[in-house]
Design a protein around this ligand. Structure first.
Ligand SMILES: C[S@@+](CC[C@H](N)C(=O)[O-])C[C@H]1O[C@@H](n2cnc3c(N)ncnc32)[C@H](O)[C@@H]1O
Length: 222
């Protein structure tokens, strides 16, 4: 099985959720050439979407260099090399100067530091009145909404994805593709081991469907 096949397949289905990235971005006012930090960008499905949505400069950070390498290829293919860059860096140790960014974008990554700590630590990176957009699990949403002002942000808007969005748009088609690959690689133990790992992840989602509901929080530094 080609080395990056699963990342490519996952990205392909992940792109189906870009409509929510677009919806969140459109809740921001028009900014001219915004400077954006995409935290935990991974292989950059949302990063590339952001580059299509605006004429800004984007820096994607992640600790996984092989995912950043995938994103670097996409940046080149899409012709964004002059304004989209990646950097291997932990979101726990971001050391850009204060007030570096107009927008911080974080899809699927704030849980690593914790919602409250992320809000607290990332605030200094935003220019005055800058925006923080977070896509996070919906768990404890009312608590999160309540906490936002105490960390120095105004809530601009918030929306949850349809409850079954992750299942119907991402995990179900991924599972169908994995089943096809099981057949194709049935005599390849290494491929089967990798496929089993992804299938286990899907089985976990099936067992706890509610844990995979998510929401966007669109905030402004106050
Ligand atoms: C769920 S993925 C989200 C990827 C992308 N933002 C998206 O929505 O498709 C979480 C990402 O966080 C990255 N990550 C995990 N720990 C990290 C850390 N300490 N610092 C930076 N990135 C981290 C992972 O490598 C992974 O790419």
């Amino acid at each position: 099985m080609p080395k990056d096949l699963m990342v490519e397949i996952k990205d392909h289905f992940r792109e189906r959720l870009n409509k929510y990235t677009r919806k969140a971005f459109k809740m921001l006012p028009n900014l001219e050439k915004p400077r954006i930090l995409d935290i935990g960008c991974g292989s950059g499905v949302p990063t590339i979407e952001l580059a299509k949505l605006c004429d800004g400069e984007i820096i994607g950070i992640d600790i996984n260099q092989s995912l950043l390498d995938k994103l670097n290829l996409k940046i080149e293919e899409e012709g964004f090399s002059n304004r989209v860059k990646t950097m291997k860096c932990s979101l726990l140790e971001i050391d850009f100067p204060d007030e570096s960014f107009d927008i911080i974008w974080a899809e699927g990554s704030i849980w690593i530091i914790g919602f409250e700590k992320g809000l607290r630590e990332w605030r200094r990176l935003l220019k005055p009145n800058g925006f923080l957009v977070v896509h996070d699990e919906i768990k404890t949403v009312s608590n999160k909404l309540k906490k936002i002002p105490s960390y120095g942000y105004k809530l601009i808007d918030y929306f949850s994805l349809p409850e079954d969005a992750w299942w119907t748009e991402y995990y179900r088609p991924l599972e169908i593709r994995i089943k096809e690959l099981y057949m194709k690689y049935k005599n390849n133990p290494e491929a089967l081991r990798i496929l089993r790992k992804y299938q286990n992840e899907i089985d976990m989602v099936k067992r706890n469907p509610n844990e995979h509901s998510s929401a966007f929080f669109i905030m402004q530094k106050s």
